[in-house]
Design a binder for this molecule. Structure first.
Ligand code: NAP
Length: 481
């Protein structure tokens, strides 16, 4: 037996959870050309005992990327990993230069990624042989590979450089060793130091407002690689012709984003308005949502939404609320993303506690979370949490919601600021959202209001005015969820 300070027993043995599906980067076509700052990362890792998985999840969280777990066709048992038994499976493999344990499955759409973080536990001072299997079975030419390993005591050694010849056409970065309990802050410092230009590192909480004009909202790049207009029209309670006409009026006034849901019972009308407008489909961004009573049969629900909208693909699909089977429903959305039916995935009415439970269960990181946000309910804890994860935050009820708008729009502070800029109270509230890094979807069937709500790029709220609106927070929710 080789003597080494490191061994598989560096990782405490736990039961393997089911391996997540390969990351389905869902693009029916490549979402965006390779721009600076537009490189996409995938975290690929092998973990028997979940220590490496923990670091992989932290890297994915910081980099705003998805994960793919390398799963051996024959899983390693506790005895297979016995460091003290010279004939244990892992020991034999590590001593056999030609050993290449078979991998079950293969990551789909690897070609969509530019950067591969490649993680493994240190076994007898080296990367497990299954890492070599992965490298030699994939076309990694032109990709940047960033190795990382986990161990309790032993160092990285030459475990990273020994991998180079198995993917010699890739650009290799120096490897990095982590202990299992490394903090996210350490991981973040490391990734920032690598200067990888990842889109997941792009700031989803500050928009290029100077690039906008009234009637022409700028976009934010989602962690899925797609661009989304930061101003959208909410369609809750708009039905039939009212909805169709509102969509057409909004498109004529420069809106390119719409928010609907199964629950609003207007997906057909939203689709009809888009088709009738004459604006090319690819210029428009449509978000719809699955309702909890659809989660048990989400695959059919997704197809139903596609049929009702009848606009080819869905730009963004959200789970409307946490609920029974929400993870399964999200996995159905991940599958639909892989099939090109949906481009980006997200959630609604998930707060920090719900996110902490949900995120470890899914493969594709949500691109957006839509929650109640307005001057009287600001969510100042939730917003930075989401932004740190590379998740766009979107406000529903941005004007307080029907039944509450009168009080909000007549608020003294908001009116003082509106007067100072020659804008309406609604415009001040919307602009305040954007300067806080929050996108929104005010609902309206009134063409004048619709136009007003996208005419907010010709003024700027001062720091003092921002602080005054921030001070209006009274933690007052206007709906129960
Ligand atoms: P909202 O946008 O806060 O308020 C809509 C109300 O504001 C309407 O009565 C509208 O009346 C009025 N309004 C719009 N623009 C105005 C302006 N410039 N000046 C004065 N009044 C104006 O509430 P919402 O429509 O209920 O919510 C926004 C969207 O968020 C919904 O449409 C829906 O898409 C989404 N939403 C999501 C959830 C969720 O759980 N995910 C929950 C609620 C809502 P007019 O029609 O007369 O303009």
């Amino acid at each position: 037996m080789m003597s080494s300070a490191c061994s598989p027993s560096d990782e405490a043995v736990k039961t393997e959870p089911p391996t997540p599906a390969p990351n389905p980067n869902s693009a029916p076509d490549n979402p965006n050309p390779q721009l600076d700052g537009d490189r996409r990362a995938l975290v690929v890792y092998f973990s028997c005992t979940n220590t490496t998985k923990g670091i992989a999840d932290r890297i994915a969280s910081v980099a705003g990327s998805s994960t793919y777990r390398i799963k051996p066709e024959t899983p390693y048992t506790y005895n297979d990993l016995d460091y003290n038994n010279s004939s244990s499976r892992a020991n034999r493999e590590q001593n056999d230069t030609s050993a290449r344990p078979t991998i079950a499955g293969t990551p789909e759409n690897l070609s969509n990624y530019d950067v591969i973080f490649l993680g493994y536990p240190i076994w007898w001072g080296k990367a497990p042989k299954i890492i070599f299997t992965f490298l030699e079975s994939q076309n990694l030419a032109g990709k940047t590979i960033v190795p990382f390993c986990t161990s309790h005591s032993s160092g990285l050694g030459t475990s990273d450089t020994e991998l180079h010849s198995s993917a010699s056409q890739a650009e290799w970065k120096d490897g990095r060793r982590f202990s299992g309990d490394e903090s996210e802050a350490t991981v973040k410092d490391w990734i920032e130091g690598l200067k990888l230009n990842l889109n997941g590192n792009s700031d989803v909480g500050s928009f290029n407002l100077a690039a906008g004009a009234n009637g022409n909202a700028p976009t934010v790049r989602l962690n899925s690689g797609y661009d989304m207009p930061i101003v959208g029209l909410g369609t809750y309670s708009l039905l039939g012709d009212v909805c169709v006409n509102s969509i057409i009026a909004a498109l004529q006034r420069g809106f390119r984003k719409f928010d609907t849901a199964y629950m609003y019972d207007n997906e057909e009308s939203v689709g009809e308005g888009i088709r009738r407008s004459g604006v090319p489909r690819e210029e428009i961004f449509v978000c719809t949502k699955l309702y909890p009573n659809q989660y048990a049969d989400a695959e059919n629900a997704i197809d139903k939404a596609l049929r009702k909208l009848d606009i080819g693909y869905i730009d963004l699909m959200l789970l409307h609320h946490p609920g029974a089977n929400d993870v399964a429903a999200y996995k159905a959305m991940e599958k639909a993303a892989a099939e090109g039916k949906i481009r980006s995935l997200g959630l609604s009415n998930y707060y920090i506690k719900e996110m902490n439970g949900f995120l470890p269960e899914v493969t594709i990181k949500p691109a957006l979370v839509q929650n109640e946000i307005h001057p009287f309910y600001q969510e100042n804890d939730v917003i930075p949490y989401m932004h740190e994860q590379g998740i766009v935050v979107e406000a529903w009820y941005p004007l307080g919601g029907r039944g509450h708008t009168a009080e909000m729009l007549s608020n003294k502070t908001i009116n003082r600021i509106a007067k100072a800029h020659g804008k309406s109270p609604a415009q001040v509230i919307l602009r305040w959202n954007l300067q806080k890094g929050v996108v929104f979807i005010p609902g309206s069937s009134n063409p004048d209001h619709i136009e007003e709500n996208i005419s907010i790029f010709d003024f700027e709220i001062t720091d003092e005015e921002m602080a005054a609106i921030n001070a209006l927070d009274r933690n007052e929710k206007h709906d129960w969820y």
